[in-house]
Design a protein around this ligand. Structure first.
Ligand SMILES: [Zn+2]
Length: 262
């Protein structure tokens, strides 16, 4: 999971920015070790038809739709003929509104650029319309964000959108149900873990590639043991949050939803 690919990260956004040199070395590693990237939409299909999975599958995702994907990441992906999934906040391309405070104040891809990368094999999918924390807003607003972002992408880019990514990786059982109801086949969470075929399809695990990761760290994160060793603290935090949410839902809010969180 990537966000911005740039030489100089803007303040407060260092953690979410990987340099083009790091990204190029990481893609070279995947290529030279015979990994085959697939999109999240393809991964969703492979989960029910595992025989379709390539020998060493990897899913490369980008959140938020920054223009540096177009200028920095995409040429590298094209060089290796790699596909990827891009999760776009549909209210941001060509918007004259100020960027929401939690997102980087850097340019976003235009609709023409999004169309171009889609034509080039990148899955362009939904990340809400205004990047809200879906588990903290009214359910009706969450449902609108989930449905509207899909409708905007389909109208602007003319292709059906089948996957979704939760802003901040934040979701609840009710939010997952709304994603399913809106017609998505799969949705990406964060969870700092490697996704498995028996993963919850509406909360797929992802690993954030960070600027302080060396190439050896990156290589380790492609193995289950490496993920367990390097991301222990983050995985525990993510799991504790899910346990706390489940306890809250079960005892205070909606018992059936708490049980559904698993
Ligand atoms: Zn985001």
């Amino acid at each position: 999971m990537y966000h911005s690919i740039a030489d100089h990260a803007v303040a407060r956004y260092q953690t979410w920015t990987v340099t083009p040199q790091q990204f190029a070395a990481q893609m070279h590693y995947l290529h030279s070790h015979n990994y085959t990237p697939i999109t999240v939409a393809q991964y969703a299909i492979c989960r029910t038809q595992p025989e379709l999975l390539p020998a060493k599958p990897v899913v490369i995702t980008f959140d938020d739709g920054y223009a540096d994907f177009y200028t920095q990441a995409w040429p590298i992906l094209q060089y290796y003929r790699f596909v990827a999934s891009m999760y776009v906040v549909t209210g941001l391309p060509e918007s004259t509104q100020p960027t929401p405070a939690d997102l980087a104040p850097i340019p976003y891809m235009t609709w023409a650029q999004l169309h171009q990368i889609q034509q080039g094999g990148i899955e362009v999918a939904a990340h809400t319309h205004s990047h809200v924390k879906l588990d903290t807003v009214m359910l009706s607003q969450a449902e609108w964000e989930i449905r509207h972002s899909k409708a905007v992408l389909e109208a602007k880019l003319g292709r059906s959108v089948t996957t979704f990514a939760y802003p901040y990786g934040r979701y609840s059982p009710a939010v997952c149900a709304a994603v399913k109801q809106a017609g998505y086949a799969a949705a990406c969470a964060v969870r700092y873990d490697m996704s498995a075929l028996n993963d919850e399809v509406l909360a797929l695990a992802r690993i954030i590639v960070q600027p302080n990761h060396s190439l050896a760290d990156f290589a380790a994160l492609l193995t289950r043991q490496g993920v367990r060793r390097k991301l222990l603290v983050q995985r525990l935090k993510a799991r504790l949050w899910r346990i706390a949410l489940r306890a809250y839902l079960t005892t205070v809010a909606v018992p059936t939803l708490g049980a559904a969180l698993g």
